[in-house]
Design a binder for this molecule. Structure first.
Ligand SMILES: Nc1nc2c(ncn2[C@@H]2O[C@H](COP(=O)(O)OP(=O)(O)OP(=O)(O)O)[C@@H](O)[C@H]2O)c(=O)[nH]1
Ligand SMILES: [Zn+2]
Length: 217
């Protein structure tokens, strides 16, 4: 059953919790998770970002948090070109166990949007890497700004987090926005027959903490 439970909002820079809705989720592994989905008002970029509270998120002074950037092809369609889908599933499982939040940010294509991302796939298949392909379209290689994630955490009353990410830029930006990141935890390495170059490029260009063994995959 889905329930709606308005709770007192902690406003920060205009950002506040708008509603909290309990949603039963079924994972690809067949488990049922009880998720609290939070929507917000006053988000600085006007996007419909959501926070998904899992496990004992209310009482955890240092919740496990993942700031996940939207990837329709990976998250929904299960595309093997990237690692987004498996990272999302892993995060839901880990956060459920530890108690915390998945912030699902509507930042398709590292901020360039879905249509542009699909266009870059054509360029990637001609030999460009994921960052070069963005730039060939005169778009930023990665335009993501995580201030909005910091605002959402503050609105949830969260100031200290353990962060599940391989991306050092997420840690840097959240800290710069006043979030105390006490620990960065790497996700698993989700190698497919199609994403080795994608993962290698992330490790080389943006220093993602991804350790690829030569013979893996
Ligand atoms: N422009 C572009 N974006 C992509 C491509 N494949 C996936 N993405 C986007 O990349 C974003 C995820 O970024 P990643 O670089 O994979 O990982 P991250 O979020 O920086 O780091 P983690 O927290 O470790 O997952 C999502 O918004 C995806 O939509 C691609 O080929 N081109
Ligand atoms: Zn993806």
């Amino acid at each position: 059953m889905t329930t709606i439970d308005q709770r007192p909002a902690t406003a920060t820079g205009g950002c506040a919790v708008r509603a909290q809705v309990h949603v039963p989720l079924k994972t690809p592994f067949g488990d049922w998770l009880g998720a609290d989905v939070f929507s917000f008002t006053g988000l600085s970029d006007q996007e419909e970002h959501v926070a998904i509270g899992l496990g004992d998120h209310r009482n955890n002074p240092e919740p496990l948090v993942r700031v996940h950037s939207e990837c329709l092809t990976g998250d929904v369609l299960g595309s093997a070109r990237c690692d987004c889908g498996p990272q999302l599933n892993e995060a839901l499982q880990e956060i459920e166990k530890a108690g915390g939040y998945l912030l699902y940010l509507r930042q398709e294509g590292r901020g360039i949007g879905l249509y542009n991302k699909i266009d870059t796939y054509v360029l990637q298949d001609e030999g460009l890497d994921t960052y070069e392909a963005n730039e060939r379209l005169d778009l930023a290689a990665d335009s993501r700004d995580y201030q909005v994630a910091a605002d959402m955490l503050a609105a949830l009353g969260v100031s200290r987090v353990r962060l599940l990410t391989n991306n050092p830029e997420k840690v840097r930006q959240l800290r710069a926005c006043g979030v105390e990141v006490t620990e960065r935890l790497s996700t698993g390495v989700h190698l497919t027959p199609y994403n080795r170059h994608y993962l290698e490029t992330k490790a080389r260009v943006t220093q993602h903490a991804i350790e690829l063994t030569r013979d893996a995959g």
